[in-house]
Design a protein around this ligand. Structure first.
Ligand SMILES: Nc1ncnc2c1ncn2[C@@H]1O[C@H](COP(=O)(O)OP(=O)(O)OP(=O)(O)O)[C@@H](O)[C@H]1O
Ligand SMILES: [Mg+2]
Length: 460
């Protein structure tokens, strides 16, 4: 899209000349204003840059600059000043102007200044967007569940956001342990600081110590340079120790020291490094059992386990399968550029009955695979991996049996959504505030959907 430049000057000849350069020669979109207030009123057009004369008949250019900066502090403004106005021009730089140009304007300097200002404004906006996406990705909105046990998990999470308590997340593989850990970090007080992940199972033992704590140059063969460890990189933020149950005894002792004394040393170093890191760890094994079997230090276990969070496997919250299918279909529609509308009834039944040993991750991968293989706009049995078809035990048709009763071969997502609303209302005895919370949607949206699907609060 064309970039838009506002040119604000009361001298018609300057307006004409500069807009000729900017528009016809340099290819930007242009809007010209001879009054400062006019330009201010039109900031809603979202210009990418403002060229602002310092001497305007209605409002002083510096004042106009100040107003622009209160509306949008990042919008670049280049001041244009008559000779002798240099003092004012310098003041405007202090107020955040990008640059200033004395008249007569030097065309050859003005062009790159405009180009650079717009480019850096673009970059700033991209960074803000990326950060917003990142936060969005790990906000609670992206954790889908209407199940009671998961609501309990959410409640637990909300209690640890604003403190530094050490959290231990337990759950089978693929249940969402990392997702929860990220949600804790990115919704908590440390969100502006790093979130650093260390997978204790995937890094060879010899390297793990240096990965965690770093090393000095020459501290062992192959240590050609100083390396900064993850605990140092996470300073001020959070470290996520995944598969903590795999940690060998000697490293367990070192982690204990970090927790107790908030300090450590790099391998081969004498310097004691102070650290301020929140520790979130995760495991899919039963750590207490590991303690009983003398594989895990008891003192460390109690330290890590100050705040345990247990994520139930997907087969124990089958209601979430429907919601997750809807969620992942939307995500992959975007990612794959598809327009899949729903799941054929028989397939949905298979999804519902299957035990999902790989939990949410397996469901996510399966949906993606199915969507890639499906040509039509409905996911059908053909696209399912064979083991899912054959494994589907005859799980009680009851729970949502009514869903599968009539003869239509397809359950569109609209029906699933209606089911989710009904399910949430049933679970909360018709309490709309609670039901909306369960589904992570606003109350107004909930009412709108009830209205849309013709749901009567009392007849759940
Ligand atoms: N409740 C949920 N809502 C939406 N997506 C989820 C949910 N739970 C898990 N996921 C998704 O499932 C995938 C697996 O989650 P995650 O990596 O957090 O699991 P994990 O428990 O760390 O698994 P593993 O033990 O295999 O490392 C991720 O893509 C995650 O975004
Ligand atoms: Mg994980």
């Amino acid at each position: 899209m064309d970039k838009l430049v506002f040119i604000v000057d009361d001298e018609p000849s300057i307006l004409k000349l500069v807009s000729h350069w900017v528009k016809n020669q340099w290819g930007y979109g242009v809007k010209t204003f001879s009054l400062g207030n006019e330009a201010l009123e039109n900031l809603t057009d979202n210009p990418d840059l403002v060229l602002l004369d310092i001497m305007l008949p209605d409002v002083n250019g510096v004042e106009a600059l100040r107003k622009i900066k209160t509306v949008n502090p990042n919008l670049p403004v280049i001041m244009l000043s008559a000779q002798g106005n240099i003092e004012v021009a310098l003041d405007s730089l202090k107020l955040g102007a990008y640059d200033y140009f004395p008249k007569p304007l030097d065309k050859n300097r003005l062009e790159p200044a405009i180009k650079n200002a717009i480019k850096s404004y673009d970059m700033q906006r991209k960074i803000v967007e990326l950060e917003a996406n990142l936060q969005q990705e790990y906000s609670f909105d992206n954790i889908v569940s209407s199940d009671e046990s998961m609501q309990h998990v959410f409640k637990m999470i909300s209690k640890v956001l604003d403190n530094d308590i050490t959290v231990l997340i337990h759950g089978e593989s693929g249940t969402g342990k990392e997702l929860i850990a990220r949600a804790i970090h990115y919704n908590g007080v440390r969100k502006e600081r790093p979130f650093v992940v260390v997978n204790c199972a995937s890094i060879p033992r010899e390297l793990l110590e240096s990965e965690l704590f770093g090393h000095e140059k020459g501290s062992f063969t192959g240590a050609h340079q100083r390396k900064i460890g993850k605990f140092e990189l996470a300073r001020g933020g959070s470290i996520f120790l995944d598969e903590i149950g795999e940690l060998e005894m000697s490293l367990q002792a070192k982690i204990l020291r970090v927790i107790q004394n908030k300090e450590f040393e790099r391998i081969g170093g004498n310097e004691i490094i102070k650290t301020d890191v929140r520790i979130i760890s995760a495991t899919n094994i039963n750590l207490k059992e590991a303690v009983e079997n003398k594989l895990f230090r008891e003192d460390l276990f109690y330290r890590l386990n100050s705040f345990p969070i247990d994520i139930p496997p997907l087969r124990e919250r089958r209601g979430d399968i429907l919601l997750l299918i809807d969620h992942f279909t939307k995500t992959f529609n975007k990612k794959l550029g598809k327009a899949i509308k729903g799941v054929k009834k028989q397939t949905l039944k298979t999804f519902y009955e299957y035990d999902w040993p790989g939990n949410v991750r397996e469901l996510e991968n399966t949906i993606e695979r199915c969507m890639i293989l499906t040509d039509g706009d409905m996911i059908d049995e053909e696209s399912l991996p064979p083991h899912i078809k054959s494994d589907a035990v005859n799980f009680m048709k009851a729970a949502n049996g009514d869903l599968f009763d009539d003869d239509s071969p397809v359950i569109p997502f609209e029906v699933l959504k209606k089911e989710a609303i009904l399910h949430a209302l049933r679970k909360t005895d018709g309490n709309i505030v609670e039901a909306a919370k369960k589904l992570n949607i606003g109350r107004a949206t909930f009412y709108r959907l009830m209205d849309k699907y013709d749901i009567d609060q009392k007849k759940k």
